[in-house]
Write a protein that binds this ligand. Structure first.
Ligand code: ARG
Length: 624
């Protein structure tokens, strides 16, 4: 990625692994100039605590590279390396086995780094040169019910956007709504006729109704054709053929009317535009409501639907032809890429534009008008080919170059399918796709049913807590697995308070916060907030090392667009905290200085967890 690291970023290097990596890299360059830049220090956590905290495993590969025995290489590295400020000195006695170098971090050094981490920005000051980034997310379609797949485009898209915002970039969320074309025109046409005939009340139409109309219209326009061909071939008799012919005629009629309606829409005829607007309001109302429930920052303002490009397509295609970027192919117009992929189809034989045409126009607007130097698509992996074609076409046309001449990075942050516990795409018992709203409601109901009833908690508060737990559970499940992989959706597992779940994380944070309430009740006062942090006990050290990695994990998520890395890291921190808390008493510590230092560790852990959950877009609770 064309990430620019300003000096401020360099100063904020707190990650012990990254620091060691840098020091050993420098040592290798000094000891073996011929291998400089080629040998990886291979810093890894130690397998056994007795061996120290980390190992440098570079000597083996480096030995081969420079033609020396690995132990000799390790000896040269320990002589050249400077780690005194962060680790115990390394020397010949640090070398083990064939040439591993054991490293033990110093508690005072970790305490110093924690002091820096505790600054206002938790080791993540805004990047020196922020990028403008467009994140394409959500992508619902008008007149269609949102289903379970959309949760991924919403939740992952928003988490990616939040990560980049946290790093200091300027993010524009764009919901590329499927709101244009013949299928929508069919629904408009249907509403128009039924309304005129007095059979339909536009004010009471729901998204479910629209979804039904959409499906019926698609079935109707495609009806009869295959059947008719077979009936004629197998000579099924005049009655069957006549019936099917009538169906086909009806389909042709419906199609012709839809085309006429599309022309009316395109021409801005008021009746058509009004109906389109009604369909859009109904669909987007439900969409934005789900986005809000899912605790995302996707609002109506973020919509830049396919319809918003409609007037740009014809002139753009003319431009592609004029400059020889697009070429005729069997009546259609295509843009050929360089690799093996089939070309992008930008105009059909009948003159109509396609999904790909709009996406090429979207890149042009995003890069050249909005000025994005990075455009990220959070879309199903099954569209991978589509995006490769579209990216190639846009680059070839020069549309992916900013006015300042910067080649924008176009990235498909693809995600896999949500599977049921049977390993097949997640469906209802009757085999239909699961409505997003039903999924959210069921998660809520289950969380509510599982909540303990206590007299101290009002019904409203219990409802609110259940909603938070449910949304955190759904989102964490969606974010915590490797993005491109399919994952199995199992309500029981994701809502559990044990295991790698959202509720576990929520609860971990709530429990840390309760320590401060206890401290207050015990009259501990506030002085601990300025106390120095000490890292002496192994439990403190383990926690410190995880906390210090937080900034580099968030940066890695921003670079690779993999929120699961942060999910896993927050779980690690929660686990390290729980081990620390078991072995290191806080309020009952042996002396006040230890107590105060541990209170500060608790506070820092809570801040990091809360910040990280904010980056992922997970809602949090004060108590539960
Ligand atoms: N509406 C599309 C679909 O349901 C998703 C849109 C994704 N974004 C894009 N720029 N193509 O498949």
């Amino acid at each position: 990625m064309n990430e620019t690291h300003s000096p401020a970023d360099a100063q904020s290097q707190l990650d012990p692994i990254a620091i060691l990596d840098e020091r050993f890299r420098e040592a290798i360059a000094r000891a073996f100039p011929e291998a400089a830049g080629k040998a990886d220090p291979l810093i890894a956590p130690s397998k056994k605590a007795a061996m120290g905290d980390f190992q440098c495993n570079a000597a083996m590969a480096l030995g081969k590279m420079v033609g020396k025995n690995p132990r000799e290489v390790a000896t040269a590295i320990v002589e050249a390396v400077e780690v005194g400020d962060i680790a115990e000195p390394v020397d010949a006695s640090s070398i083990a086995g064939p040439g591993f170098i054991n490293i033990t971090l110093r508690g005072e050094a970790l305490a110093g780094l924690l002091g820096e981490l505790a600054g206002t920005d938790l080791g993540l000051p805004p990047v020196g040169s922020p990028q403008k980034v467009v994140v394409d997310l959500c992508g619902v379609n008008l007149a269609k019910q949102m289903h379970v797949g959309h949760i991924r485009a919403i939740v992952i898209g928003d988490a990616v956007a939040r990560t980049l915002e946290r790093l200091g970039h300027t993010v524009v969320r764009q919901n590329h709504v499927g709101d244009w074309g013949l299928p929508i025109a069919m629904v408009v046409d249907y509403l128009h006729h039924e309304n005129a005939a007095g059979r339909l009340d536009l004010d009471t139409v729901t998204l479910d109704d629209l979804d039904g109309i959409y499906k019926a219209m698609k079935a109707r326009t495609g009806a009869g054709r295959t059947g008719l061909r077979l009936a004629q071939k197998w000579d099924l008799g005049p009655k069957v053929v006549a019936e099917l012919e009538a169906e086909v005629a009806d389909a042709d009629d419906a199609m012709a009317r839809a085309k006429a309606t599309l022309v009316a829409l395109q021409g801005g005829e008021q009746w058509a535009v009004d109906l389109w607007q009604r369909i859009s309001d109904i669909t987007m109302g439900a969409c934005i409501d789900a986005c809000r429930r899912l605790h995302t920052r996707i609002t109506l303002e973020a919509s830049a639907g396919e319809s918003s490009y409609r007037d740009e397509l014809a002139p753009m295609v003319d431009d592609l032809i004029k400059r020889g970027v697009a070429e005729e192919d069997g009546g259609a117009l295509v843009v050929r890429g360089e690799g093996k992929d089939p070309p992008a189809l930008v105009r059909k034989g009948d003159g109509g534009f396609l999904y790909a045409t709009t996406d090429v126009a979207a890149i042009r607007r995003r890069v050249q008008d909005i000025g994005a130097s990075r455009v990220i698509y959070c879309v199903d992996v099954r569209q991978a080919m589509h995006f490769r074609q579209v990216f190639a076409a846009a680059r070839k046309a020069g549309y992916a170059t900013t006015p300042a001449g910067i080649e924008a990075s176009l990235e498909h942050a693809a995600f896999g399918t949500i599977l049921g516990t049977d390993g097949r795409p997640f469906k209802t018992r009757s085999g239909e796709s699961v409505k997003l709203q039903d999924l959210l409601d069921e998660a809520h109901d289950r969380a509510l049913a599982a909540a303990e009833r206590s007299e101290h908690v009002s019904t409203t508060e219990r409802e609110a807590t259940a909603e938070t737990v449910a949304m955190a559970a759904l989102k964490f499940a969606d974010l915590s697995t490797d993005r491109v992989r399919d994952y199995v959706f199992d309500f029981d597992r994701i809502l559990a308070f044990e295991g790698d779940t959202g509720p576990y994380l929520l609860n971990a944070l709530v429990r840390i916060k309760s320590i401060f309430r206890n401290a207050e009740e015990r009259g501990v006062g506030d002085a601990w907030k300025d106390a120095p942090i000490r890292v002496e006990h192994e439990g403190e050290k383990q926690l410190a090392m995880s906390l210090l990695r937080y900034p580099s994990v968030v940066r890695a998520v921003g670079e690779h667009l993999e929120p699961h890395r942060l999910c896993q890291h927050l779980l690690e921190i929660a686990n390290k905290f729980s081990s620390f808390y078991q072995v290191c008493p806080v309020l009952k510590a042996e002396d006040d200085a230890t107590r105060d230092s541990r209170l500060r560790l608790c506070e820092l852990t809570a801040r990091v967890l809360e910040d990280g959950m904010g980056v992922l877009g997970l809602p949090t609770l004060e108590r539960m």
